[in-house]
Write a protein that binds this ligand. Structure first.
Ligand code: ADP
Length: 364
């Protein structure tokens, strides 16, 4: 089967075309800044396409698995856009662009970033607010599920173990950052919540902060809900603290120049990461491996070294040379490390293509 995958983020567009027998894409495009989907789609190779798969960030309470897109499913995605407006609206535009290009007969599938976390137990997904929140759908959903699912399965392959026999912590560290605690192939805890703003410190997002800060700013500084939304999503995290950039590469350069604000940003980032990993370790009663993935996780030896150093009291030890230059998907821990540490290149688009193929084959 040939499957076209659209990953339409708020600021970037990733497209890939796969023959589902081969993880190497037949064709792909990655565009930052003002991505115009119709123009990019027009440049794809002229091969027959069997289906289109879309990454949808928020599935809400309704969508717990990959599903064929019907008018009703599209409405459901639009309703969830109220919770994640920066994401689901772009994805709806992607679905419509694909409909224009390929016609309404083309099977299209929604693959949700929340779906992998549908297995969270109640104590992990319920917020300790009023009980009525649960009925209103206010709960932890978790995100980056496509990546956590792929990297956990791939980690089991690299370790040559059955995924059903492993406890793993996957660290997706990109512009957005989240952790998942995965037992026997299922997500049992994660750091992102009702929205992708919860949990770890990120490139431009704050992650968790004391909610009391928000009332304080509203009451004493006349800050509105929209201001808070923009500040916490776009002007916090590495960018907010460093005052310079939300990109870890730029932070690392400034660290080398002993810039105090970049140093603060880096130290807070690692402190939050260490605390998050500790929480996931406790949820799992210990882990077999910690897996680093996404832009920062795959490329920053410094972030991995600082994080693992902070976990040294547990007996976590890196092999310094393997950490400096990991060779593809591999183990980077020292032979005597109490927990294995891996680097895995995430392949969200490939995972989406595989999930679409699975649903198509199950319906045959
Ligand atoms: P997204 O979360 O948007 O999918 P990515 O997973 O591609 O993003 O991660 C992008 C981030 O990865 C960049 O903002 C940058 O901070 C980080 N990154 C990429 N390459 C490197 C590198 N060599 N060293 C440190 N950080 C890197």
């Amino acid at each position: 089967m040939n499957i076209l995958v659209l990953n339409t983020g708020s600021s970037s567009l990733k497209i890939a075309l796969y023959d589902t027998r081969n993880p190497k894409a037949l064709w792909s495009r990655h565009q930052e800044d003002d991505p115009r989907l119709d123009a990019v789609l027009a440049s794809k190779p002229d091969v027959p396409i069997d289906a289109v798969g879309h990454r949808i960030v928020h599935g809400g309470s309704r969508f717990r698995d990959t599903i064929r897109i019907t008018p009703d499913v599209k409405n459901g995605i639009a309703q969830t856009a109220e919770i994640a407006p920066a994401h689901n609206r772009h994805e709806l535009a992607g679905i419509e662009a694909a409909q224009r290009m390929f016609g309404v007969q083309m099977p299209q599938f929604a693959v949700f970033d929340t779906a992998f976390h549908a297995t969270l137990p109640q104590e992990a997904f319920v917020y300790p607010g009023p009980y009525e929140w649960i009925a209103r759908g206010i709960r932890r959903y978790g995100f980056h599920g496509i990546s956590h699912q792929y990297t956990s399965r791939r980690a089991a392959e690299v370790l040559n173990r059955d995924p059903k026999s492993l406890s793993l912590i996957t660290c997706h560290l990109g512009n957005g950052c989240s952790l998942a605690a995965i037992r026997n192939g299922q997500s049992i805890d994660t750091t992102m919540g009702f929205t992708p703003l919860d949990g770890l410190m990120m490139g431009t997002r704050s992650g968790s902060v004391d909610p009391g800060i928000l009332f304080y700013l509203q009451k004493h500084f006349g800050v509105t809900a929209d201001d808070l939304d923009a500040t916490l999503n776009n002007n916090s995290g590495l960018l907010g603290l460093s005052g310079n950039s939300g990109d870890m590469r730029a932070i690392e350069k400034s660290l080398d120049q002993l810039d105090p604000r970049a140093t603060l940003a880096f130290d807070v980032y690692i402190h939050r990461l260490r605390g998050g990993i500790g929480a996931m370790l406790a949820s799992l009663n210990g882990a077999d491996a910690i897996v680093f993935t996404a832009g920062v996780g795959e490329n920053s030896a410094r972030v991995r070294a600082a994080t693992c150093h902070a976990l040294g009291f547990l007996g976590v030890r890196l092999d310094a040379s393997r950490n400096a230059q990991p060779d593809g998907d591999c183990e980077i821990s020292a032979a005597d490390s109490s927990v294995k540490v891996l680097v895995i290149h995430t392949r969200e688009e490939w995972e989406i293509a595989q999930q679409c193929a699975r649903v198509i084959e199950a319906a045959l």
